[in-house]
Write a protein that binds this ligand. Structure first.
Ligand code: NAP
Length: 207
């Protein structure tokens, strides 16, 4: 990462498995960048998601390549292989600490799906994590936000400004649905960027 980037003061981390990355993720990241005035958003594909030890997940480098193709046209986006390069489960606390080291003084916003945020109490060192960054929970339309606050509020004491929510209509698109469509030989056009679709076809993913 360049020295210029290291002087950033407001930085987004887009955390996800990205299996595959789609327009919902891109719209969520761009929306957060716009609303929160982020100077860069770093997409970090999870290397080995700690909560999915037995799930079949596409090779991390395929997910990294697809994410790189997806963000190539946005000068404010970049992709990091930080979690893929690290051995062992991809704990977000380790990722945020590493990014803090690379961007000292930057205010960090960790953007991910609301369903993932609902699980943060099961994450490693959650209190330390909340002291290092704000969370942005991207929700699909119709998501019961009150439920999110209620569940989180019951389980943990946190300042409300540490967990923000953002409704993203494009998150009607889902990676699960895209994988199913490919398996069933159905179209995935207009759900993700063309280069990503081409990569899926070329590498025979999700068959
Ligand atoms: P997930 O359980 O696969 O996803 C939950 C929901 O959130 C899905 O509907 C998913 O939709 C959506 N989603 C995931 N990432 C998103 C994003 N960046 N923007 C908008 N929606 C998103 O969650 P995951 O992808 O495996 O994990 C999310 C993040 O949490 C990752 O960075 C992971 O490393 C981190 N995490 C950390 C710990 C820990 O530190 N212990 C534990 C669990 C998760 P799609 O399927 O369409 O993406």
């Amino acid at each position: 990462m360049s020295k210029k980037v290291n002087r950033l003061s407001r930085l987004g981390i887009m955390g996800g498995t990205f299996d595959p990355v789609h327009f919902g993720h891109l719209v969520a990241a761009e929306g957060a960048r716009d609303v929160l005035g982020l100077e860069q958003v770093i997409f970090i594909p999870a290397g080995r998601p700690p909560h999915k030890p037995d799930c079949e997940i596409t090779d991390p480098w395929d997910r990294y390549m697809m994410t790189s193709l997806a963000v190539a046209s946005n000068e404010f986006f970049q992709v990091s292989s930080l979690e893929i390069d690290r051995s062992g489960p991809s704990y977000t606390i380790d990722t945020v600490q590493a990014i803090k080291g690379l961007y000292p003084g930057a205010q960090i916003y960790f953007i991910t799906g609301a369903d993932a945020v609902l699980e943060i109490l099961t994450w490693k060192n959650v209190e330390r994590l909340l002291s290092l960054c704000c969370f942005v929970a991207a929700t699909r339309p119709g998501y019961q936000l009150d439920e999110l606050w209620e569940k989180l509020g019951v389980l943990i004491q946190f300042p409300k400004q540490d967990i923000l929510s953002m409704e993203v209509p494009a998150l009607q698109i889902s990676s699960t649905d895209i994988r199913r469509r490919v398996r069933e030989g159905r179209t995935i056009k207009y759900l993700l960027p063309e280069p990503v679709e081409e990569y899926i076809v070329k590498h025979k993913l999700y068959r």
